[in-house]
Design a protein around this ligand. Structure first.
Ligand code: FE2
Length: 309
């Protein structure tokens, strides 16, 4: 099965990196407390080439103002470590924060990348926001659309993209050396998993994607896109391993069946409110993080569909 070959390639890459520390990335996590998001700068210590994963543009919904504090912290880190940014990667079109990728790309360079199925997300949300025909639904706002199993490099480090749909149709996990950036699939073991009730989301698919990730070698380092703490834990955390997830994840540890997961996830999702920033975030992120085109007065507007979601 093609699927198994892709996983085998990913596992082989991880094992090569586990055996040779020159093949492992240096990783810095930047936690944004306003949206509980973790952005990463991942670099090859040998060449200093770097990827920025899931950056955050600060946005105050009440005033409609954006600001760059979170992105500037990343720029500061990149410049003070003399890194050369070659990739700006989005694990998916986020619904809880706006991406800072265009702001970072202008200042640091790099190619903006996301999963191929972003076109499906653009289709669904393009309709919801009644975006005109000028809104291309072909992923052309991004420099690179990754397919399942596609390989890439960060400097001399090996990378491979895995399609892990369920939270949204386009979610990807990006594995660089021995580290997997899993986006919104799985969270810390004591918190569980991502919701699967956004338009295009699917709990059954999410289960299968997570089990796929958890077929990677035990000591694969997993880096999460969010943390919300968990009852009994006072510190934010965003790094775990396949082994730890298989033994401890409260939603999908080994032994939890697909049916049980789907029932739990579906029931739980019914109790969750929509993320505060879903409307601005999705509207901007399906455009590669660019604001909608300004109207004739030069101002960009964010729309809110009423009684439509
Ligand atoms: Fe998300």
């Amino acid at each position: 099965m093609a699927d198994d070959q892709i996983l085998d390639s990913a596992a082989a890459q991880i094992e090569r990196a586990q055996a040779d520390k020159c093949l492992r990335p240096s990783i810095a996590g930047f936690f944004d407390e306003a949206t509980n998001t973790v952005s990463y700068v991942v670099h090859d210590p040998k060449t200093n080439e770097a990827a920025i994963i899931d950056s955050v543009l600060d946005f105050e919904a009440a005033s409609g103002r954006t600001s760059n504090g979170s992105a500037d912290r990343i720029i500061e880190y990149v410049t003070s470590n003399n890194l050369k940014v070659t990739w700006l990667i989005e694990t998916h079109a986020h619904a809880d924060h706006i991406s800072a990728a265009p702001y970072l790309q202008e200042r640091l360079g790099g190619k903006l990348a996301i999963g191929r199925d972003i076109v499906r997300v653009q289709e669904v949300f393009g309709k919801l926001f009644n975006a005109g025909t000028d809104f291309e639904r072909d992923g052309s706002q991004f420099d690179k659309l990754f397919d399942d199993g596609e390989t890439f490099n960060v400097g001399e480090l090996e990378g491979i993209a895995l399609h892990v749909p369920g939270h949204t149709p386009a979610d990807m996990a990006f594995i660089i050396g021995d580290a997997a950036f899993v986006g919104d699939t799985i969270f810390m073991p004591d918190f569980g998993t991502a919701r699967a009730d956004f338009p295009g989301g699917d709990a059954r698919q999410l289960y299968r994607s997570i089990r796929r990730l958890l077929s990677l070698p035990d000591e694969t380092r997993l880096f999460l896109c969010h943390d919300y703490k968990a009852p009994g834990r006072d510190e934010y955390a965003w790094e775990t391993t396949v082994k730890q997830q298989r033994e401890e994840n409260v939603h999908v540890k080994d032994g939890v069946s697909e049916e049980d997961f789907v029932e739990m996830r579906t029931d739980r999702d019914k109790t969750l409110a929509m993320p505060k920033l879903i409307m601005p975030s999705v509207q901007v992120n399906i455009r590669g993080g660019r604001l909608p085109d300004p109207e004739d007065n030069g101002v960009s507007y964010i729309k809110i569909p009423v009684n439509a979601v």
